[in-house]
Design a protein around this ligand. Structure first.
Ligand code: ADP
Length: 233
């Protein structure tokens, strides 16, 4: 089964994608992670995206994104589908995804959109602190470290990630509104679409996600974990 997870930056897509992946026994495919890995390894894809200011939220060109997704779907772990995190991000990519799936004799089984008010997103970003050494994350109010400004695990001074700086956050959200919201609107007309209120804890969001998965594919609701999400494959 193929699931698209939509939502603005800071809506918790990565966390939910990992949980859905484990629950449905399909891999989470994050295009952001694919590009970061390609850059780190210096592959041809890495070279193709090296000019894009990903740290400032600029989008990778659609043709590059679609080629990377097509290549990823060809790997054996995607034989039963996957959950897309951070893809598609433009109307063009959404059309491209439909074509890629048709070529695989498949189609989208579900589109989940995480809905979070903009003020909450900005609050999440501006309060986020990370440890430069072990990458653990904190929030000044919602998840403060034990000692102010210091990592709980290694004691290093916490920093603000470059892409969490206020001007960058504003640009990332503006780009989301401009390029990605139109495709979310298109998806809202599809039967497989479900909106999830995501201004709450990760656990509460995931409970709502499971209900949505069950409502779209009723057989999954009562299925034991080993069979959960098996419908529509
Ligand atoms: P975030 O949700 O914080 O933006 P991601 O890991 O999803 O983080 O993406 C990191 C970066 O990778 C994005 O800022 C963008 O530059 C690039 N990227 C990821 N997915 C796409 C996509 N589908 N289309 C264009 N660019 C993308």
């Amino acid at each position: 089964m193929y699931i698209v997870l939509l939502g603005p930056p800071g809506s918790g897509k990565g966390t939910q994608a990992a949980r859905i992946a484990a629950y449905c026994r399909i891999p989470a495919v994050s295009t952001g992670a694919i590009f970061r890995d390609a850059l780190a390894r210096g592959t041809a894809l890495g070279q193709a995206v090296s000019a894009v200011r990903m740290d400032r939220g600029e989008y990778v060109p659609d043709d590059v994104v679609l080629a990377a997704v097509d290549e990823r779907l060809a790997l054996p772990d995607c034989a039963n589908g996957c959950i897309f995190d951070g893809f598609p991000r433009t109307v063009e990519q959404a059309h491209g995804l439909d074509a890629v799936l048709v070529a695989r004799h498949a189609s989208l089984d579900m589109v989940l959109e995480l809905i979070v008010p903009e003020a909450v997103l900005i609050d999440r970003f501006t309060g986020r602190r990370v440890c430069p050494r072990d990458a653990s994350t904190y929030h000044v109010r919602y998840q403060p470290p034990k000692v102010d400004g210091r990592c709980d695990l290694c004691g290093s001074p916490l920093i603000i990630r470059a892409d969490d700086a206020e001007d960058v956050v504003e640009r990332r959200l503006a780009l989301y509104h401009e390029a990605t919201m139109p495709l979310a609107k298109n998806y809202r007309n599809r039967v497989q679409y479900r909106a999830i209120e995501a201004d709450r804890s990760a656990d509460a969001i995931f409970e709502a996600v499971k209900v949505a998965l069950g409502a779209c594919m009723p057989q999954t609701a009562a299925a034991p974990p080993s069979q959960a999400c098996s419908a529509g494959q």
